[in-house]
Ligand binder design. Structure first.
Ligand SMILES: C[S@@+](CC[C@H](N)C(=O)[O-])C[C@H]1O[C@@H](n2cnc3c(N)ncnc32)[C@H](O)[C@@H]1O
Length: 353
């Protein structure tokens, strides 16, 4: 082909090989999580027959092929002399340690959920409509909850809340907190456990998420300062909150401006709104990087369709960026807005009256 640069083509094909290798690994990695294959290797290295036996008598032939696939991906180490597979401590953080900040089971499950929702989102490309949060894929909501949990478990209490002015002292003393768009409730529960003198309400408009959140709460029997309610953000009737939190959900809402105005009403006059949103620059070209790539894809398949399925249908997108978010919050009537902190995947904004 005229004008084609042979070297560039080779580099491009090499990149695609890596990308497709990751995509091809999604089903085998998910099987590895579900059947306990990674967990079993965390204890000790094993040959394929030993691994099959350790996982309760799986078919050795499948386990062997699976293990070669993971080794070819670089996820397992392979000792050809001994025919043994092992998991490095670093790989264990990704595949085994559920409280590690980089435990990725939820991320792999999210890929499957996005593929499940493909036909509905494709139809929405044609008709311009939305795909409601609960309609896209059976486990979209649970995989999204699992995707975010490792970050939240390591950041909300330890890193983010302490960056807000005076908030931790209020939480220690006893505050009223609303966690809005709480999904399956991990963020709410993490805060409720850390601040037993405060009272937490998790709200989400998706009833199945609230049912899961209640089940998660029941698994923490000592944690009786938290409850979960089904409500759209703009319809929350209770008020007098010292703190409102929103984790990775304002951009999913159909009417984020209306929601922001409602936040002013339900917060106490000296209350704080902590808004956690995906990391993004203010211009699209600033997001042409691996994090932006994940978020733009998820935004196309999940966030924009969720927003367009609701009234107003603003379709802010996961990569809106701080400037757009701050202007939206300012227009709603908040006088004080600042970036309190950030992580590799999130920006954390603080808004007050
Ligand atoms: C990407 S998920 C984040 C869930 C949770 N905060 C987390 O980080 O795991 C977005 C959440 O926003 C909720 N949501 C979207 N629009 C909403 C609205 N208008 N009112 C209340 N919840 C809404 C969805 O049901 C979903 O649980």
């Amino acid at each position: 082909m005229s004008g084609m640069d042979e070297e560039k083509l080779h580099a491009f094909v090499g990149k695609m090989l890596g990308d497709l290798g990751g995509a091809f690994s999604v089903p085998t990695v998910r099987i590895g999580f579900r059947l306990g294959l990674f967990d079993a290797l965390a204890k000790d290295a094993a040959t394929a027959p030993q691994l099959a036996e350790r996982c309760g008598g799986l078919s050795e032939r499948y386990v062997r092929e699976w293990a070669y696939a993971q080794a070819a991906s670089g996820y397992l180490e392979f000792d050809p002399e001994a025919g043994r597979f092992s998991l490095s401590p670093e790989a264990a953080m990704i595949f085994v340690e559920q409280d590690s900040p980089v435990y990725l089971r939820g991320a792999f499950d999210m890929v499957a959920a996005m593929i499940e929702g493909e036909a509905k989102v494709e139809a929405a490309f044609r008709n311009g409509g939305g795909v409601a949060w609960g309609d896209s894929a059976a486990c979209l909501f649970c995989s999204v909850g699992a995707f975010f949990r490792p970050t939240y478990a390591n950041a909300i209490v330890q890193q983010w809340l302490p960056q807000l002015e005076g908030v931790v002292d209020r939480l220690k003393a006893g505050a009223r907190v609303a966690d809005i768009g709480c999904g399956v409730g991990f963020s709410t529960l993490l805060m409720a456990e850390a601040f037993p003198n405060s009272e937490f309400v998790g709200y989400d408009f998706h009833p199945a998420s609230i049912a899961d959140a209640r089940a998660h709460a029941a698994a923490h029997p000592g944690c009786n300062n938290v409850r979960f309610e089904t409500a759209a953000a703009k319809d929350i009737a209770e008020g007098g909150f010292d703190l409102v939190t929103m984790f990775d959900c304002l951009h999913d809402m159909g009417d984020p401006r209306g929601c922001a105005r409602h936040m002013l009403e339900i917060l106490k006059p000296d209350g704080t709104w902590m808004l956690v949103e995906p990391m993004a620059g203010n211009r699209p070209e600033e997001n042409m990087n691996p994090v932006g790539r994940l978020y733009y894809n998820a935004s196309t398949m999940i966030c924009v369709p969720t927003s367009l399925a609701q009234e107003v249908g603003e379709g802010l997108g996961a990569q809106a960026g701080e400037a757009k978010l701050a202007s939206l919050i300012g227009e709603a009537g908040f006088g004080h807005i600042r970036r309190a902190t950030e992580g590799p995947f999130n920006i954390v904004l603080e808004a007050r009256h």
